[in-house]
Design a protein around this ligand. Structure first.
Ligand SMILES: Cc1ncc(C[n+]2csc(CCO)c2C)c(N)n1
Length: 225
C-alpha cells in the first residue's frame, strides 16, 4: 500500500515505524473506524482542522517559493489550489452540515498541539530547502491516504463513512501519488540517485518522524475537546 506513494516515502516511513504506527492506528482513528468516536470529539477535531488547513495552505505556498523547476512549481501550485479552492470549502460545508456555523468555525481558538505542528512545518520550510519542507509535509498527506485506504476496507460502522470516503477516494489517492513523485524527484535532483547515502538523509528522516509525532499529538488533542 505505502509503496505506491513513492520510494522515499516508503523509506522514511520505515525509519519512523513506531511513530507511524502510533499515528495511523491512533485511538481516534480506531474510533472513526468502528463509529465509537464521540460526536463532540469529531466536531472539535473538525474545527481545529480548519485552522490547520489554513496554515497547511501557507506551507504549500512556501513550497512554490522553494521550487527550483517548473515541474516542482506545478506540483506545489496544484496542491495549494486543491487546498484553498476545494478542501477548505469542503470543510466549511462539512462543518455547516454538522451544525458548526461559519462564524463559529472562524472564531475557533487554535490549540497548542495544532499550533506546534503547523509552525514546525512552516519553520522547516523557512530555514531549509524544498526537501526539508516536503519531509515535514509528507506524513500529513500520505498518512491520511493510508488511513483512508485501511478504514475503507475495515470500517464496521457508517457513522464516519463520509470522512473515510474522502481520503480513500481516487482523487485523494492520486494526490498522494503525485506528492510521492514530487518528493522522489526533488531528492534525486538535489542529492542524486543514491539520496539515502547523502549526509542530509538522516535529518530529513528525523523531520519526517517529528511531523509524524505531531500528527499523533493532533489526534490526541482531538480526543480532549
Ligand atoms: C491534522 C491533519 N493532518 C492531515 C490532514 C490531511 N490533509 C491536510 S492538508 C491535505 C492536502 C495536502 O497537503 C491533507 C490531505 C488533515 N486534514 N489534518
Amino acid at each position: 500500500m505505502s509503496t505506491s506513494y513513492g520510494a522515499a516515502f516508503a523509506l522514511m516511513r520505515e525509519s519512523a515505524s513506531q511513530a507511524w504506527r502510533a499515528y495511523t492506528r491512533h485511538a481516534f482513528v480506531e474510533g472513526l473506524k468502528d463509529g465509537s468516536l464521540s460526536r463532540e470529539a469529531f466536531l472539535h477535531y473538525l474545527r481545529q482542522d480548519y485552522v490547520f488547513l489554513i496554515h497547511f495552505s501557507r506551507a504549500w505556498a512556501l513550497a512554490v517559493v522553494k521550487s527550483e523547476t517548473h515541474g516542482e512549481m506545478r506540483a506545489a501550485v496544484a496542491t495549494v489550489n486543491a487546498l484553498v479552492a476545494e478542501e477548505m470549502q469542503l470543510h466549511i460545508g462539512i462543518c455547516e452540515a454538522a451544525g458548526i456555523s461559519q462564524e463559529d468555525l472562524f472564531a475557533t481558538t487554535e490549540r497548542a498541539e495544532n499550533l506546534a505542528y503547523t509552525r514546525f512545518v512552516l519553520e522547516a520550510g523557512y530555514s531549509g530547502d524544498l526537501l526539508d519542507l516536503l519531509a515535514a509535509l509528507a506524513p500529513c498527506v500520505m498518512g491520511y491516504g493510508e488511513i483512508g485506504q485501511r478504514l475503507a476496507s475495515e470500517a464496521s460502522s457508517q457513522t464516519y463513512a463520509d470522512w473515510i470516503g474522502t481520503y480513500a477516494g481516487d482523487d485523494y489517492q492520486e494526490a498522494c501519488k503525485a506528492v510521492g513523485i514530487l518528493l522522489d524527484n526533488a531528492l534525486e535532483r538535489r542529492l542524486g540517485k543514491d539520496f539515502t547515502t547523502s549526509p542530509r538523509w538522516p535529518r530529513l528522516c528525523k523531520t519526517f518522524e517529528t511531523a509524524t509525532e505531531l500528527e499523533v499529538g493532533f489526534w490526541q488533542m482531538g480526543l480532549t475537546p
